[in-house]
Design a protein around this ligand. Structure first.
Ligand code: DAT
Length: 175
């Protein structure tokens, strides 16, 4: 498939910094657009209702993929979502998995007033390496990178690193 710009997934447990990274990267690189899957699920009703216990939408993945397919295939998207295995391999050029220490994640999630079950599920997910495993199981090893997102310096370094990768991708793809 030929894209003139790559698609980048930024994934990780809720609270690891996906939206913060995607927003900063899109600000620095106007050719990339931030695709918040959360907003699509809500706005285009790609769900089967609201889960009260977890305070989140029950996502209809087929509907979601149909809703974004045409635009994503054009390239130039930063896809921000706490799962990655649903996106077809052919759509994706880089998968960034953000990681944080449990204590830091706990503090960030506590501020969101998550219900206890949701807080615990997300902490467990981070401790058990769920997202990095999902990324490695779903995509070629070479396109999966694991980056720490514990503080502002790491955020800055990560965004610079992705920008460097973007430049290289453009060169490799004859831009
Ligand atoms: P996510 O989109 O993964 O749920 P977020 O971008 O909303 O996460 O970030 C959650 C909170 O943590 C938010 O208050 C910003 C803060 N944060 C995220 N990444 C950070 C970093 N690298 N350094 C400092 N704070 C960060």
């Amino acid at each position: 498939m030929s894209r003139t710009l790559p698609n980048i997934i930024i994934t990780g447990t809720p609270g690891t910094g996906k939206t913060t990274h995607a927003t900063l990267l899109a600000e620095r690189r106007p050719e990339l657009k931030h695709l918040s899957i959360n907003d699509i699920v809500k706005d285009k009703e790609c769900h089967e209702g609201w889960d009260e216990e977890f305070q989140s939408w029950i996502v209809d993945e087929d509907k979601l993929l149909d809703a974004i397919e045409d635009q994503v295939k054009e390239g130039g998207w930063i896809i921000d979502w706490h799962a990655c295995d649903l996106f077809p391999r052919s759509w994706v050029d880089l998968v960034v998995v953000l990681r944080v220490e449990t204590e830091v994640l706990y503090d960030r999630l506590e501020k969101r007033n998550y219900p206890e079950a949701k807080l615990q599920e997300n902490l467990d997910s981070e401790i058990m390496d769920v997202l990095i495993q999902e990324a490695r199981d779903s995509y070629d090893e070479e396109i999966v990178v694991e980056l720490k997102s514990g503080d502002a310096d790491e955020l800055e370094a990560n965004v610079e690193r992705i920008e460097g990768w973007l430049e290289q991708w453009k060169k490799d793809n004859n831009q």
